[in-house]
Design a protein around this ligand. Structure first.
Ligand code: HEM
Length: 513
C-alpha cells in the first residue's frame, strides 16, 4: 500500500489546524429534519478493522462480499456492527490476482462520504472502477476521462468535449425521448396483451441506446448496416470485460470466482465487438470529434472518449437507473401513482403543446415527479461505489468521531449507506416519493450524491462530478412523466440482474382522466 510509512501524526494543537472534513449536514438542517445534531471537534479515534493476513484476508473479504449472508449490504453492515464504527478498514474486491492492493478505509455514513468529492483532498487517478483498472486495450489504448484526475492536463478539454456532446443537440432531447419511449410503451402494451407480462429491461436496452444515438448524434444505430440492432448486446459484453471483477453473473460460484474475480478476461476476445461500436461512432459522432480537435483533443482520443461516454457512462447508467425508477415507482402503489398522474396531466394540459406533449415548461410544473426521481437516486444510487486516494494526512469525520487517515491511503465510499444514513434521512429505508418537496425537502438535496457530488452543485472542469448530471435527471423526469401521462397505475415483479434490477411489468392501467 502506498502509505507514508515514516509519518507520525502532529501534536494536538497542530492537529486542530489540520484539514478536517465533514459532511454537508449542518446542525440547523439536521434539527429541522429531527435527527441527531453533530458535535464539532469530534474526539479522535483510530480507524478500526483489519485487513487480515496477506492474500487470505483479501480472499475472505471477497468471498463475503459476493457470497456472504445479506450480500453486499450485509458485508458492510456486519462490519459496522462488529466495530461500532461507520469508518473502518476492510479489503475490497476483486483483490488477488487482479488488484495489487485491496486495502481501503471504508466510509459508510453521510458525514464522512463527501470527502471523496474534494479534489484538494483526494486524487481520483485510475480509480473509476476501484482497486483495479481495466486494460486500456478496451478503450482504444486511451485512459478515458472517467479515469483521469482533474489535476491532469487532459481532464478539462475532455470534460469540455463531453459537455458539448450533451448540449449541442439539446433541442432534440425531448422530442426524441417521446418518440423512442412512446414506441417502447406501445410494444410493452402489445407484449402484455399477448403474454400477460413484459420485461422492461429488455425493451429499455434497445430504447436507451437508440434514444442516446438519435438525440445526441442524430443517427439511428439500427439503420447502420454494420451495427444494426446489435449495439446494446455489444456494449454489455464489452462492459463485462471491464466490470467483470465486480459482478455476479449467477454462474456456479467456483467458476464465477475463478473466471471473473481472479483473472482478467483477455481484451482480445472483445476486440471485434468494440471495433464495430467504434466504427459506428467514428462516423456518427464526426461533428463532436471535430469539436474535440478545436479543443485540442486528437481525433482518436475524442472518438474513444465519446464511445465510453455514450456506451459505458450513458447507456450503462440508463440500463441501471431506468429499471430502478420503474421498480420503486411500481412498488409505491396506486395512491402515489394517482398523485403523480394528477400532477403530470395538469402540467401538460396547462403547458404542453396542445395540452398533450411534455415540454420543459410542463416539466418545471412537476415538483412531485422531480422529487420521486431524486428519491430513486437516493435509495438506490446506480453507481454505488466511489474511491479516492488521500492526497495528504487528514482527519475524516463521521457523525461522532474524527479518524486519522494518512497520505496515500485509499478511501472508499459505499454510497447506499451514505444516502440511507438514518441520521440524515428519516424512514431512510423507505421509498418516499415526496421526500424532497418544499423547503425542508430541498435542503436535503445536498445529501443526494449519485453524481459523485451533491445534487445542489453543478459539475465543473475542476472536479469529478458526473458530466451527465443534469441530463440524467432530465431524462429520468421525462420517463416518470411519460409513464403517468399514459397510465393511471401499473404493477411490477422484481428480480436481480448482474447490473441493477430485473423488472417485469405485469399490468398497465391506461389513463382514465
Ligand atoms: C444514471 C446515469 C449516470 C450515473 C449514475 C452516473 C454516475 C457517475 C459517477 C458516480 C461518477 C463519478 C465516478 C468516480 O469518479 O468515482 C461519474 C462520472 C462521470 N460521468 Fe456519469 N453517470 C451517469 C450518466 C452519465 C452520462 C449520461 C454521461 C454523459 C456524458 C456521464 C459522464 C460522466 C463522466 C465524463 C464522468 C467523469 C467526470 C470527470 O472526470 O470529471 N455520466 N458519473
Amino acid at each position: 500500500m502506498a502509505t507514508a510509512t515514516n509519518y507520525s501524526f502532529p501534536s494536538c494543537r497542530a492537529h486542530q489546524r489540520q484539514i478536517t472534513t465533514r459532511a454537508a449536514a449542518t446542525v440547523t438542517d439536521q434539527q429541522q429534519q429531527g435527527v441527531v445534531s453533530p458535535k464539532r471537534r469530534l474526539p479522535l479515534r483510530k480507524v478500526p478493522g483489519d485487513y487480515g493476513p496477506p492474500l487470505l484476508g483479501a480472499l475472505r473479504d471477497r468471498a463475503e462480499f459476493f457470497y456472504g449472508p445479506g450480500g453486499r449490504d450485509g458485508f458492510f453492515t456486519s462490519r459496522v456492527r462488529a466495530h461500532r464504527s461507520t469508518v473502518l478498514r476492510l479489503n475490497m474486491p476483486p483483490g488477488p490476482f487482479i488488484a495489487r492492493d485491496p486495502r481501503v478505509v471504508a466510509l459508510l455514513d453521510a458525514a464522512s462520504f463527501p470527502v471523496l468529492f474534494d479534489a484538494d483532498l483526494v486524487d481520483k487517478t485510475d480509480l473509476f472502477t476501484g482497486t483495479f483498472m481495466p486494460s486500456t486495450d478496451l478503450t482504444g489504448g486511451h485512459r478515458v476521462l472517467s479515469f483521469v484526475d482533474p489535476a491532469e492536463p487532459s481532464h478539462a478539454p475532455l470534460k469540455s468535449l463531453l459537455f458539448h456532446l450533451l448540449a449541442h443537440r439539446r433541442q432534440h432531447v425531448l422530442p426524441t425521448f417521446r418518440e423512442v419511449y412512446g414506441d417502447l410503451f406501445a410494444v410493452m402494451e402489445n407484449e402484455l396483451a399477448r403474454s400477460g407480462k413484459a420485461d422492461f429491461g429488455q425493451y429499455n436496452d434497445a430504447a436507451a441506446f437508440g434514444f442516446l444515438c438519435k438525440a445526441l448524434l442524430g443517427r439511428d444505430p439500427e439503420e447502420d448496416a454494420a451495427l444494426g440492432a446489435d449495439g446494446p448486446k455489444l456494449v454489455m459484453k464489452w462492459v463485462v470485460f471491464q466490470l467483470g471483477p465486480l459482478l455476479r453473473l449467477g454462474l456456479p460460484r467456483l467458476l464465477e470466482d475463478t473466471l471473473l474475480h481472479s483473472f482478467r478476461l483477455p481484451p482480445a476476445l472483445v476486440r471485434k465487438d468494440y471495433d464495430r461500436l467504434a466504427a459506428f461512432f467514428r462516423d456518427a459522432a464526426r461533428p463532436v470529434i471535430d469539436e474535440g480537435e478545436r479543443l485540442g483533443v486528437s481525433r482518436d482520443e475524442a472518438l474513444h472518449n465519446i464511445v465510453f461516454a455514450m456506451c459505458f457512462n450513458s447507456f450503462g447508467g440508463m440500463k441501471i437507473l431506468f429499471p430502478s425508477i420503474v421498480k420503486w415507482l411500481g412498488r409505491a402503489g396506486a395512491k402515489a401513482h394517482g398523485r403523480l398522474a394528477t400532477e403530470v396531466r395538469a402540467a401538460v394540459r396547462a403547458h404542453g403543446e396542445g395540452g398533450e406533449v411534455i415540454t420543459m415548461r410542463a416539466l418545471a410544473e412537476m415538483p412531485l415527479v422531480k422529487s420521486a426521481v431524486y428519491e430513486a437516486l437516493r435509495i438506490e444510487p446506480p453507481v454505488p461505489m466511489q474511491y479516492g486516494r488521500a492526497k495528504r494526512d487528514m482527519v475524516v469525520e463521521s457523525h461522532d468521531y474524527g479518524y486519522e487517515v494518512r497520505q496515500g491511503e485509499l478511501l472508499f465510499g459505499y454510497q447506499p449507506m451514505a444516502t440511507k444514513d438514518p441520521r440524515v434521512f428519516a424512514r431512510a429505508e423507505e421509498y418516499v416519493p415526496d421526500r424532497f418537496l418544499g423547503e425542508d425537502g430541498e435542503r436535503l438535496l445536498r445529501h443526494v450524491v449519485w453524481s459523485n457530488g451533491p445534487e445542489t452543485a453543478a459539475p465543473t472542469l475542476r472536479d469529478k462530478q458526473c458530466a451527465g448530471k443534469d441530463f440524467v435527471v432530465l431524462i429520468a423526469r421525462l420517463l416518470v412523466a411519460e409513464i403517468f401521462l399514459r397510465y393511471d397505475s401499473f404493477d411490477v415483479q422484481v428480480g436481480n440482474s448482474a447490473l441493477g434490477s430485473s423488472v417485469t411489468i405485469t399490468s398497465l392501467k391506461k389513463a382514465t382522466f
